[in-house]
Design a protein around this ligand. Structure first.
Ligand code: ZN
Length: 134
């Protein structure tokens, strides 16, 4: 597979409104958009930096994955996403190499991306997402 770049870093926060201030007021970055991903029970705030992004993830339900993450580990970096050229090919290659996946098939992520997660047991506890964008 061809990894093109770090697409984004997903950061679990209790409230985008509060956590976003560090990125806007201190770092001088801009929140470009906030999108609800109902599937994942999150609101995602996109903060572009060149070709990559910081994504602030705020749970919309107490039983969502981000809420559970914060409950057990506190706020912080929740996942890192690598952009690939072709996500189907990347998933096939990972399966061939015996890598355990959370998603066997791509699903729709925030910002129109197609995404899939690798099981964190394969990656020393780091939740790795691969994603493809147009
Ligand atoms: Zn992500």
């Amino acid at each position: 597979m061809r990894i093109k770049q770090i697409d984004h870093i997903g950061i679990a926060v209790k409230a985008i409104k509060d956590a976003g201030k560090f990125y806007t007021d201190v770092l001088g970055l801009e929140i470009q958009d906030i999108e609800e991903v109902a599937d994942q029970k999150v609101n995602v705030a996109f903060i572009p930096i060149m070709e990559s992004e910081v994504e602030l993830l705020e749970s919309t339900h107490p039983d969502g994955p981000v809420a559970k993450y914060i409950e057990s580990r506190g706020e912080g970096i929740q996942h890192i996403a690598f952009r690939v050229e072709n996500i189907e090919e990347a998933l096939e290659e990972l399966k061939r190499k015996g890598v355990r996946l959370i998603d066997q098939k791509p699903r729709n992520g925030a910002g129109g991306a197609r995404i899939a997660f690798i099981h964190p047991r394969e990656t020393n506890g780091v939740l790795v997402e691969i994603c493809e964008r147009e």
